[in-house]
Design a protein around this ligand. Structure first.
Ligand code: FES
Length: 202
């Protein structure tokens, strides 16, 4: 795993919105007395969402105080789990799987499309603020490799041209269809299922 550090530039402060504060207090109450620290991951996740996709030092301090932890304990968690971004991200963060099955199926072309249309270096916000991209390990959808995750959605069976089309849709404010980009039915073979094709009457 690469070295993970907080961004050198940090905002002055962080506060949950009233709605998120209420939600966070509800999460903390779910845990038995003395175990409130267990709420650290959901609180970091909600705070990251509120902050526009990344974790900040003031955020870590606020959450540490809420949970009665020292800030270093929250920092350890934020830097350990790659679901937490440590520097600003674009409005759409493109997580490109480059682990072996995706690589064998052409993830290099997907990376090239991101370099061409977003920024040459990973974890760099595009000039219009719309995108950043990063390489990630297996997303658990190897059967439809290569795969990227954008927000909560997976885009599968990609190649460079399909990735460019998705980026173009997002840039224009259109929501591209998630899932297989070649019309594959779930994880069936390309062209359709080869087994269990007989539908028996009940
Ligand atoms: S290797 Fe890319 S999803 Fe598993």
């Amino acid at each position: 795993m690469s070295l993970r550090r907080l961004a050198p530039e940090q905002p002055a402060s962080f506060a949950f919105t009233p709605e998120n504060q209420k939600w966070a207090e509800g999460q903390i109450k779910k845990y038995p007395e003395g175990r409130q620290a267990s709420a650290v991951v959901p609180l970091l996740w909600r705070a990251q969402e509120q902050q526009g996709g990344y974790v900040t030092e003031p955020m870590i301090r606020v959450i540490a105080t809420m949970l009665g932890l020292s800030p270093i304990r929250v920092l350890e968690i934020a830097t350990f789990y790659t679901m937490f971004n440590l520097k600003p991200v674009g409005k759409h963060l493109i997580q490109v799987c480059t682990t072996t099955p995706c690589w064998l199926r052409g993830s290099d072309t997907v990376v090239a499309a991101c370099k061409k249309n977003i920024a040459h270096a990973p974890e760099t916000v595009s000039a219009d603020g719309m995108f950043s991209w990063m390489e990630v390990e297996c997303l658990g959808a190897c059967v439809n490799a290569p795969v990227v995750q954008i927000g909560d959605d997976y885009y599968e069976d990609l190649d460079g041209a399909r990735m460019e089309s998705i980026l173009s849709d997002l840039r224009a404010g259109r929501q591209p269809k998630a899932g297989s980009q070649i019309g594959r039915q779930t994880s069936a073979p390309e062209g359709g299922p080869l087994t269990l094709k007989d539908v028996k009457g009940s």
